[in-house]
Design a protein around this ligand. Structure first.
Ligand code: ARG
Length: 426
């Protein structure tokens, strides 16, 4: 019996359609991201949310009551992932507007944005910074099946120096405003790492240079000394957590690499020396090469400060050139977008930019699947369509290897064996 499962994208809330004991995704072409090849006309058997068998069409013999989903003509890929999002952030609320947003209000945005992200084919995200621990609670609500969304690796509060990027510098002294992740000195930052772990962080994010969207910080300026960065990385690694550093400027990137971070976010002004160090150490670069277009075209209307627009003009194109250099050097590249600065659900727009700036479509897909999974330490669980892994599978009606922009409009989304989107054949 053939059953079609449809969870319309317009449905207000979609918890995913649970299927029979066995589901067969039948007849699609499957991208094997580990070997970098496409296998034509495959069947994939799914039981209890996991992939239990893969074989050429007709070879598997599913149970008589299995749900069979016709995938003929479609290309299947592992669920996409994004190594840098802010689910609680909104693209139309920047600059001083952010001061009006409470943590509960941000959490409500997070619910809406998690759903958009999943519907766009992103089944796992690393949330690199949220007010309070809203991302931890969002993760829990999704895991408990209360709201739909991707798997989340939450960072909780981003750790930063007083007055730097990751502090809140918008108000004058008499308001005594300090962001929750601010800490100084080796023991101060160790304590902050421990607190983040205590309240549910699964990755540590810290700010190693100034930023574009913060007031009064310089993108070239290093934040934290080598001693402090080493303390953050050491403490996080003792607790079994990986470390992601926000860093645009060359010195901050070099110092963070020396301290042993696991990924450099943005990496805009990475030097040849930094590229060589990242390659030698196996440090991932998570370079958000799309977001500049949003900031410069729509940022002003969204409330982004004039000084931030100036900083973006200094950094946007340079970052793309350094992305190309890193790809050519063969550094491990993650797929991270900074969605939240721009609209959630548009994460897939970055693929075309990665291809324009030096990657093959296969490399861009590998970045968002198997490479991100490895960066997250989840490569035995997600990141490829493989027997034993979670059934996080997406599909598009065309071939993303010939037109990467297919990934901007995903037609089928399965997470953990439940179907959230299926518009194939419409
Ligand atoms: N959150 C980042 C910052 O404020 C955004 C940087 C965006 N620009 C870029 N070219 N990647 O620094």
């Amino acid at each position: 019996m053939i059953k079609f499962t449809l969870c319309a994208v317009s449905a207000l809330l979609c918890a995913g359609t649970a299927l029979a004991d066995q589901t067969l995704l039948s007849g699609g072409d499957v991208i094997d991201v580990e070997r970098g090849v496409t296998l034509e006309s495959q069947d994939i058997l799914i039981e209890d949310g996991r992939i239990t068998a893969i074989g050429s069409t007709g070879s598997l013999g599913p149970a008589a009551d299995a749900t069979i989903i016709d995938m003929r003509g479609a290309t299947l890929l592992p669920g996409l992932s994004d190594s840098h999002v802010h689910l609680t952030g909104r693209s139309d609320v920047h600059g001083y507007r952010r001061l009006t947003v409470s943590t509960p209000r941000a959490a409500i945005s997070g619910v809406a944005n998690a759903r958009k992200t999943l519907m766009a084919g992103f089944t796992t995200v690393r949330n690199l910074g949220a007010p309070g621990f809203a991302d931890v609670d969002l993760m829990t609500a999704i895991e408990e099946g209360e709201v739909p969304g991707p798997r989340i690796i939450p960072a909780g509060r981003s750790i930063g120096i007083t007055g730097g990027h990751c502090d809140n510098n918008l108000l004058p002294f008499e308001y005594h405003q300090t962001a929750g992740g601010v800490a100084n000195g080796p023991w101060g930052v160790r304590q902050k790492v421990r607190e983040n772990k205590k309240y549910g962080a699964q990755v540590i994010k810290f700010c190693g240079t100034g930023g574009v969207l913060s007031k009064g910080t310089s993108i070239g300026a290093q934040q934290f000394s080598l001693e402090e960065m080493t303390a953050i990385v050491d403490e996080a690694h003792l607790l079994g957590l990986k470390v992601a550093v926000h860093a645009h400027g060359t010195d901050g990137i070099n110092t963070a690499l020396e301290a042993g971070v696991d990924s450099v976010e943005h990496a805009s002004m990475i030097s040849d020396e930094g590229i060589a160090a990242a390659k030698a150490q196996g440090t991932y670069l998570s370079m958000d090469v799309y977001v500049s277009d949003f900031i410069l075209s729509e940022g002003e209307a969204a409330g982004i400060l004039p000084e931030s627009l100036d900083k973006e003009r200094q950094v946007g194109q340079v970052q793309r050139e350094r992305f190309r250099a890193a790809v050519e050097a063969g550094v491990d590249m993650a797929f991270g977008t900074d969605a939240g600065v721009y609209s959630h659900g548009l994460n897939g727009r970055q693929f075309a930019y990665m291809v324009e700036w030096g990657m093959t479509p296969m490399q861009a897909i590998q970045a968002s699947t198997i490479h991100n999974a490895t960066l997250f330490g989840l490569q035995s669980e997600i990141g490829s369509i493989k027997v034993g892994k979670a059934a996080d599978i997406i599909a598009v009606s065309g071939n993303p290897l010939s037109d990467i922009r297919e990934l901007e409009d995903v037609d089928f989304v399965m997470k953990g064996g439940a179907v959230f989107v299926n518009t194939l054949g419409e």
